[in-house]
Write a protein that binds this ligand. Structure first.
Ligand SMILES: [Zn+2]
Length: 96
């Protein structure tokens, strides 16, 4: 028996999902980001998850850490890339 022509049920589902994804991207609801929490010494990491991926994908990690420059605890919205506190980051901006 030949395979049926036209879009399969699966393809229709994929299309519907793509469409929903675009609508969500449009209103910017594809991210799940945990609320900030009280200082914990830099132990906990929060995961920012992009729900548009299947399975959902971790795109950033947030959490408390110590500023690389002044060693003060600061809450980072991206522990991999943002490693200075707000004040030191402003300093850096001034010098660049
Ligand atoms: Zn600092």
């Amino acid at each position: 028996m030949p395979k049926s022509s036209g879009p399969s049920k699966h393809q229709l589902q994929v299309q519907a999902r793509e469409q929903r994804k675009q609508e969500r991207a449009h209103v910017g609801e594809g991210f799940v980001e945990p609320e900030r929490w009280a200082y914990d010494g830099g132990i906990r990491r929060g995961f920012v998850i992009d729900m548009d991926f299947n399975p959902p994908r971790v795109i950033r990690k947030i959490g408390w850490q110590h500023c690389l420059k002044c060693r003060k605890p600061c809450f980072s919205e991206d522990v991999v890339r943002l490693r200075l506190c707000d004040l030191c980051r402003e300093d850096e901006d001034r010098f660049t």
